[in-house]
Design a protein around this ligand. Structure first.
Ligand code: AMP
Ligand code: ZN
Length: 136
């Protein structure tokens, strides 16, 4: 897609340092990493977000993320990793070409993805469940 930065990176039109590439994906370093070694899995076929991805690409992307996370643990000594897919501006998506973050995490650094923990009133979770089930 014209003017899509991740299409240009995935196709090689813009050079990047890559750790993996096949027919479906290019895996590159995030330019502003949460930790050094933070990877982005870029599907080569443009999709604005995960809801637009072909099912086989979605499935392959998670398998690849797991492999990359394991390589971060083995190769970088990470103690764990986060797999993140922001979907929509409200969820923090800033580049509208679907991508999966794989972020290495280290026990001694303590930086984590976090949110303020909320709670449900009595019966509220069941009401939310009905709304979601009705929309599936
Ligand atoms: P998201 O907020 O999930 O849309 O993430 C977009 C990510 O892309 C951010 O973490 C950016 O740091 C990263 N990013 C933006 N432009 C580039 C680029 N040219 N090369 C590599 N990473 C980029
Ligand atoms: Zn694109």
């Amino acid at each position: 897609m014209d003017n899509c930065i991740f299409c240009m990176i995935a196709s090689g039109a813009i050079p990047s340092t890559s750790v993996f590439e096949d027919d479906d994906f290019k895996v590159v370093f995030d330019i502003s990493p949460a930790e050094k070694g933070h990877l982005l899995i870029l599907p080569k076929k443009h999709a604005a977000n995960v809801t637009e991805l072909d099912a086989d690409i979605s499935a392959k992307m998670l398998i690849l993320a797991s492999k990359l996370g394991q390589a971060q643990m083995k190769g970088l000594g990470a103690d764990g990793f986060n797999i993140v897919v922001n979907t929509g501006e409200a969820a923090g998506q800033t580049v509208m070409h679907c991508h999966m973050h794989v972020i290495p995490r280290f026990k001694d650094k303590g930086s984590l993805i976090s949110w303020k923990q909320g709670s449900y009133e009595d019966g509220e979770a069941a009401a939310y469940a009905e709304k979601i089930k009705g929309a599936l």
